[in-house]
Unconditional design. Structure first.
Length: 258
């Protein structure tokens, strides 16, 4: 897989949230309030929308049911997405653990959306769905614009302090790899729970174990393993930015209070 060059984090331009599509929630104001939908910025704009949506769904599925992923290719929505869950508690946990993860070599900026998405209202408050749509239409007529996402305090943290995770992120897989092949490979190590391929992006995958210790054993054993006898698998914890992106400097971990 060709590596996408990652610009220094301090050179990534601040993104202003656009007018959001009809089926998504709206980005948050400065003071965040927990919601069921996450607003994600700084996504790699070179990745096709269907691949991006499948990748986000695969990544966030580990935290609970993903009700919907909204992303569009139009100019105003590029590099952004909304991911909706069944509860704000699930969304909060996912945000804490995934914020800053370099999906396709760009660290994700994640915050709570400021309104409920259509998918959330349909699931949790279907009686109010028509009123929800009417309110959204009213905002559009009023010319309401989305607020910029809040800036995050960033600190540097040495790689040895990055915590383990029961989920492994695999890169540089052969395009021909199958789920059965990965299951056979990773089931050599105990407590394997699930292997998830991205249908539209076959060179990456997520492998989940029942606990962090088991995931660590598999990671240590299979990182740089040549599955096809040629290309080395890159296996890392969800937090292990150094190995996943092959960057020698310490990476920035985004810190915020929920």
């Amino acid at each position: 897989m060709a590596d996408v060059q990652t610009p220094p984090l301090n050179q990534i331009p601040a993104q202003v949230a656009p007018a959001v599509p009809d089926d998504a929630a709206q980005p948050p104001p400065q003071d965040e309030i927990a919601s069921e939908t996450l607003y994600i910025q700084n996504l790699n704009e070179k990745i096709k929308v269907d691949v991006l949506k499948a990748s986000l769904r695969g990544l966030f599925k580990s935290y609970g049911e993903v009700l919907d992923v909204v992303a569009h290719s139009n100019l105003r929505m590029r590099g952004q997405a909304f991911v909706s869950f069944a509860s704000s508690e699930i969304a909060a946990k996912a945000m804490r653990e995934v914020r800053g993860f370099p999906l396709y070599s760009k660290p994700m900026q994640i915050s709570f959306a400021r309104t409920r998405s259509d998918a959330v209202v349909k699931r949790l408050d279907v009686e109010s769905f028509e009123a929800h749509k009417a309110q959204r239409a009213e905002h559009k007529l009023d010319g309401t614009t989305a607020a910029p996402a809040p800036k995050r305090q960033a600190v540097q943290m040495p790689d040895e302090y990055l915590p383990p995770n029961k989920i492994l992120f695999l890169q540089n897989l052969p395009e021909s790899v199958t789920k059965d092949q990965l299951m056979a490979l990773f089931s050599q190590y105990p407590n394997l729970h699930e292997v998830r391929l991205i249908p539209t992006k076959r060179d990456i995958a997520f492998v989940e174990y029942m606990d962090e210790t088991s995931a660590g054993v598999a990671k240590d054993a299979l990182h740089n393993y040549k599955l096809d006898g040629e290309n080395k698998i890159k296996a890392c914890f969800l937090f292990d930015y150094h190995l996943c992106t092959q960057v020698t400097a310490y990476f920035m971990i985004v810190v915020s209070s929920l």
